[in-house]
Design a protein around this ligand. Structure first.
Ligand code: G3I
Length: 328
């Protein structure tokens, strides 16, 4: 019988999984046994929670909270301010023209306050601001409507509003390619500037969309050291280990080869060895899914392509990677 993954990590950090309305049911037994935290993969994003101005749709996220609370699981909140999966109405007047600064701040405040207050005391960490750093060389912040209309201030304003709504929740800045040295420095610069200004930010979310070839352990270690030097918590928020190298658009695999699985196992082993070393600063590790039956990576970057990024296989059985995580 495989041991419970989260129980094995009780002296280290909570082990989480992203769920959606389908996997909340189909992966229920794995969730109950192996994970002590859940995150909504999509259901708590602005476009799902407030598709039209003033019309909040909480049914799906409420269902996740009900599952979490009935089964003693913690909840990570994802996400409040993002350039993606945010309805256009946020940024537009009724006649289609761009909203004023005041109007956008008012809409941001209504959204964050309504959502965070509803789940006050029930979310241990919120991804307040997601992915605002640019991936382009020489460019600091990502171009977005938030940035166009509010300037860089939108980031600190979002944290202030979230903190007011739930002063006990840990508030995170969350991003991907977080271990890339150039992007790491930009993320560091942003988070440091927020800390220096006294903005209520408590953590950095390292999404950790990794693969069997990268990033290197040295780069991950350097990122952990750099972010934690700011005295903040770190959480891995969206961990998956793709069997394809970044940019590989191959579509010919219908199941993973032994060779790929062995490489993946080696990666999981070295990742978790490193994470265990940093248990003082790492306060959570969330996988961006549960088992290989479903992953967003099966549609990315090519629609319909399969991927097998987790430690449970398509039949929900533990893979060799799982055993590497629990045998230490
Ligand atoms: O809900 C609609 C459905 O009505 C429609 O019929 C269908 C047709 O394509 O699309 C459905 O929406 C999809 C949505 O997931 C819900 O399933 C979107 O097309 C699809 O783009 C969306 O993908 C999500 C993606 O974020 C959006 O950027 C993935 O599931 C989700 O895993 C992914 O998660 C993000 C994190 O939030 C932030 N970090 C990166 C991570 C991976 O991209």
């Amino acid at each position: 019988m495989p041991p419970s993954l989260y129980a094995k990590y009780k002296d280290y950090f909570p082990i989480g999984a992203a769920v959606n309305s389908k996997t909340l049911h189909s992966e229920q037994e794995l969730l109950k046994k192996h994970f002590n935290s859940i995150t909504a993969e999509n259901e708590m994003k602005p476009i799902l929670l407030q598709p039209q101005e003033g019309i909040f749709t909480f049914e799906k996220s409420d269902e996740m909270f009900a599952f979490a609370e009935a089964n003693n699981k913690m909840v990570r909140g994802h996400t409040l301010v993002w350039h993606n999966q945010t309805p256009d109405w946020f940024f537009e007047n009724e006649d289609g023209t761009q909203v004023s600064r005041e109007k956008l701040i008012e809409r941001m405040e209504t959204h964050i306050t309504t959502v965070v207050s509803r789940y006050k005391g029930r979310v241990y960490a919120w991804d307040v601001v997601n992915e605002v750093i640019s991936d382009h060389e020489g460019e600091y912040l990502r171009k977005s409507k938030w940035l166009d209309i509010l300037g860089e201030d939108f980031i600190s304003i979002a944290f202030e509003i979230a903190h007011k709504a739930d002063p006990e929740a840990s508030l995170f800045y969350n991003d991907y390619n977080e271990s890339d040295p150039e992007k790491r420095e930009k993320i560091y610069r942003l988070v440091k500037s927020l800390k220096d200004k006294g903005v209520p930010i408590h953590g950095v979310g390292l999404q950790a969309h990794w693969n069997i070839y990268g990033p290197t352990i040295d780069d991950i270690r350097a990122a952990i050291e750099r972010y934690s030097s700011l005295g903040l918590q770190l959480q891995l928020t969206e961990l998956d280990v793709s069997v394809f190298e970044h940019g590989d658009k191959r579509t010919d695999l219908t199941e993973p080869t032994e060779e790929l699985l062995e490489l993946q196992e080696k990666r999981y082993d070295e990742f978790f060895k490193l994470l265990r070393e940093y248990r003082d600063v790492i306060t959570g590790v969330t996988f961006w899914g549960v088992s290989d039956r479903y992953t967003w990576l099966s549609d990315f970057p090519v629609r319909g392509r399969k991927n097998w990024p987790f430690v449970f296989d398509v039949d929900q059985n533990p893979k060799e990677s799982f055993w590497k995580l629990v045998n230490f």
